[in-house]
Design a protein around this ligand. Structure first.
Ligand SMILES: [Zn+2]
Length: 333
């Protein structure tokens, strides 16, 4: 076989869509042949698929948003290439900012276990405000009069209530109003945690009792105290204020270190390593330094010692005594 190619033909109509594949080969003698490989066809879905005409793109990175909305030439090559590609595929006007906490895609990059995702309303239905948009969109489709422009507080609240009712096992009074008398039961879910955290923040990071009482204005939490306590324990701001600075553990200082005395009355002595110095005749020689440290004031006295012998040390000690004359009375009285 000299060469082999695959050719695929595809088509779609209102009733069905499908594809068929063929091999085209040329053998060593130069003869061309073709062969059917496989085909697949499907009936078109009964429900007509409509492509969304309005696409909105959200990101929680203000820097990226600035890149996309700016001119690609302004940025460095790496960023510029990617921005150009994004601008080719999408219109920069379609890109909008979304806070990181409300960005469902954040869960993909942060890593979330499947159990948490299962009960996560933001994951399944998108951010609350998006649902408010959805409600307005539905109202428009049903030709119900609704507001235009940015979402109003009432619309957001209404959407919140709708989705909350969906998440809660509802126990609502005849009037449909959730209050202390007819609270909604909040199951254990991410939605519940968000409600608790929202009340905790509204009450300026108050404690468990206060947060719980605020939540109980509208909801009933089974094992409320425990749940609220757990959510508050994860609040970063509270954590920051509750922490106490650590103190280093130190042993008791010996008596000589803490009782008042003249400088160098109690000393510690040590030698440094060898230090090379220039002697008078341009040659180099090794010397050492005897370090006298005062145990009470931490003052330091240094003496140069020619070698590590006892004789040299005694000389250094004598020089030290001479320079600190007051010690002689103190030490030898
Ligand atoms: Zn807090």
């Amino acid at each position: 076989m000299d060469s082999i190619e695959v050719h695929i033909f595809s088509d779609a109509s209102i009733v069905a869509y499908g594809a068929v594949a063929y091999f085209r080969y040329v053998n060593l003698r130069g003869e061309v042949g073709t062969s059917f490989v496989m085909s697949k066809c499907r009936i078109s879905p009964l429900k007509k698929l409509s492509l969304p005409r309005r696409v909105f793109l959200w990101t929680d990175s203000e820097i990226c948003l600035c890149w996309i909305k700016g001119s690609a030439r302004e940025w460095k090559q790496f960023v510029s290439n990617r921005v150009l590609e994004i601008q080719d595929c999408t219109s920069p006007d379609r890109w909008k900012f979304c806070p990181g906490l409300e960005n469902p895609a954040d869960k993909l990059t942060r890593g979330e276990n499947s159990h948490t995702l299962l009960n996560d309303s933001v994951w399944w239905q998108g951010p609350v405000w998006l649902r408010a948009w959805v409600k307005r969109f539905v109202a428009k489709l049903r030709k119900i009069t609704c507001e235009s422009g940015t979402l109003s507080a009432a619309e957001i609240k209404e959407a919140e209530e709708y989705w909350r009712n969906l998440a809660c096992q509802r126990t609502i009074g005849a009037s449909g109003i959730i209050n202390e008398k007819h609270p909604a039961i909040l199951p254990k879910s991410k939605f519940t945690d968000l409600i608790i955290m929202s009340e905790h923040e509204k009450s300026f990071h108050s404690g468990v009792v206060s947060t719980l009482s605020r939540v109980r204005n509208n909801f009933w939490l089974p094992r409320g105290r425990q749940v609220v306590k757990k959510v508050i324990s994860e609040c970063l701001i509270c954590k920051k204020y509750a922490l106490k600075p650590t103190k280093q553990l130190t042993g008791q200082l010996p008596r000589d270190r803490v009782v008042e005395s003249p400088p160098f009355a109690v000393v510690g002595i040590d030698f440094t390593g060898a230090i090379t110095i220039k002697a008078g005749d341009q040659s180099c020689k090794k010397v050492y330094i005897a370090l006298f440290t005062c145990a009470v004031t931490r003052a330091v006295h240094i003496e140069v010692v020619s070698d590590m012998s006892v004789k040299s040390f005694i000389f250094a000690l004598r020089r030290f005594f001479i320079k600190k004359r007051w010690l002689q009375n103190y030490l030898f009285r």
